[in-house]
Design a protein around this ligand. Structure first.
Ligand code: SF4
Length: 471
């Protein structure tokens, strides 16, 4: 499965989380919430619920609908997780939420992110006699929780969090309490919602919309939010870091277009990126065509600014399974064509601006340009709504190695020839941030992580070790 996964041409977010407090339909609503977060992880799903001092769970591999078909679990507090593995393989024990016996009693935890200093933590925890059941980095958080001797989870987090490096948005059930934690850089999203008298903590607001819940606010970087009979309490992790570094790629690609984060609409930001792309890299053409679904909103923005008509010249089939489940390379290649087909009416004899959010290995782009050429396109100008993806992510996104990232080693000239298009342009880093800061060029330090475009990483020591492994 790992080999097959490596042949995907889109990078993958690895997790989505949803938790609800004080609701008799907690588990059913969590299933719905996870369903709307399915884009954040498609390999496995799990739910842990709490009722009458007991934890109940169900988990399995596959999509949410398959894993929870015909399943009913009790509980008035629940946390759920969808997963696409980064750290750890796909064994059953790795499917989250995890349940563990800690020195504070039984707790359950769901994690979105990636701990970058996990090797060091593992050694340290093993020296204290800790035994690990899974191969996920989430267990190291449980290990640190167990070793500490403060009275509450929140107090322990405040104390040990300086030992944790990397990305973590977490949900925890401990007795009659739901706790949400976001790392001090805030790499991954986490929001609070309200459903009647119940509170929800989840990765994206699209999971609130699906059940008719209201968006209350984002959880701040470095914030611990506890929901109990006392209501909502908030405290801060001890951290030297005061600067948010939210993953800019969440806005470019991962989050659902209808989600809202940092008071910004994801689809609106994508349209603004498309608009900046048109200002930077305009070209005479007949139509603007997106690669569905990821290029749609950037293409709308490009079209509005360039005044060149937007046409859905490429159609995506929503009834195909994921490409990587097919075992043979020739079938996998066929699958890309089965997923995407062209509308020749918008293609033949047309000068086309083709918009996508990013290029990873470049195999999809090559095929799509080939399809448009076969359909009679006169010219194809590829425009990409992110800067060149030149380096892997270590903060919770499953990316190929540097060698596999086509833009890391090849020039624009080479790529233009390789894709067989007429021109190829990417948005610049400055143009990207203009979309976030109302068209202004940013002078001060930005509040986003863009390491995969700039190769400037945080946690330098441990990231350096990971980089040596991946280069
Ligand atoms: S390296 Fe790229 S994908 Fe990873 S958190 Fe930073 S911006 Fe996001």
């Amino acid at each position: 499965m790992k080999f097959l996964k490596k042949n995907l041409d889109k990078i993958k977010d690895e997790c989505g989380i949803f938790g609800i407090y004080n609701q008799k339909e907690a588990v059913s609503l969590t299933v719905l919430g996870l369903h709307s977060l399915q884009h954040r992880g498609q390999e496995s799903a799990g739910i842990v619920s709490f009722k009458n001092n007991a934890l109940y769970h169900h988990k399995g591999t596959g999509l949410v609908n398959d894993v929870f078909k015909g399943i009913s679990i009790e509980g008035n507090i629940a946390i759920g997780h969808v997963r696409y593995s980064t750290t750890g393989d796909q064994r059953y024990e790795n499917i989250q939420p995890l349940i563990a016996n800690t020195s504070l009693g039984k707790i359950s935890i769901a994690h979105n992110g990636n701990i970058t200093n996990s090797k060091i933590l593992k050694k340290e925890l093993a020296n204290h006699g800790q035994i690990f059941q899974s191969t996920t980095d989430t267990e190291f958080i449980l290990g640190l929780l167990s070793l500490n001797n403060k009275d509450t989870i929140e107090q322990r987090f405040v104390e040990f969090s300086s030992k944790l490096e990397g990305a973590y948005s977490l949900l925890i059930i401990k007795n009659n309490k739901l706790i949400g934690v976001r790392d001090p850089y805030g790499f991954r999203p986490l929001v609070i919602g309200k459903y009647n008298k119940s509170f929800i903590i989840t990765s994206e607001t699209c999971a609130l919309d699906i059940i008719g819940a209201k968006y209350v606010r984002d959880i701040e970087p470095g914030e611990i939010v506890s929901i109990s009979e006392k209501g909502i309490e908030s405290r801060k992790i001890n951290s030297k870091n005061k600067q948010e570094k939210f993953c800019v790629f969440e806005f470019i690609y991962f989050m659902r277009p209808n989600s809202i984060f940092q008071n910004k609409s994801v689809s609106n930001i994508r349209e603004k990126i498309g608009s900046e792309l048109a200002k930077e890299n305009g070209v005479e053409a007949d139509v603007v065509i997106p690669v569905p679904d990821s290029g749609i909103h950037a293409a709308i923005g490009y079209s509005e600014t360039s005044k060149i008509p937007f046409k859905q010249g490429i159609i995506r089939s929503h009834y195909m399974g994921r490409t990587f489940i097919e075992p043979k390379i020739n079938i996998r290649n066929l699958n890309v064509n089965m997923k995407l087909s062209i509308n020749k009416f918008y293609i033949k004899n047309k000068k086309i601006i083709l918009i996508d959010d990013s290029i990873v290995r470049g195999t999809n782009m090559k095929k799509i340009v080939g399809m448009l050429k076969d359909g009679g396109a006169k010219e194809i100008h590829v425009r990409i709504a992110s800067p060149p993806f030149i380096s892997p992510c270590y903060y919770g996104i499953d990316t190929p190695t540097k060698q596999e990232l086509i833009a890391s080693k090849k020039s624009l000239k080479y790529l233009t020839k390789y894709f067989n298009c007429d021109t190829l342009k990417y948005i610049s880093i400055e143009g990207l941030y203009k979309a976030f800061y109302n068209g202004q060029i940013l002078k001060e330090e930005k509040h986003y992580c863009d390491s995969c475009f700039t190769e400037k990483y945080f946690f330098s020591k441990h990231t350096k070790n990971l980089r040596n492994k991946n280069h």
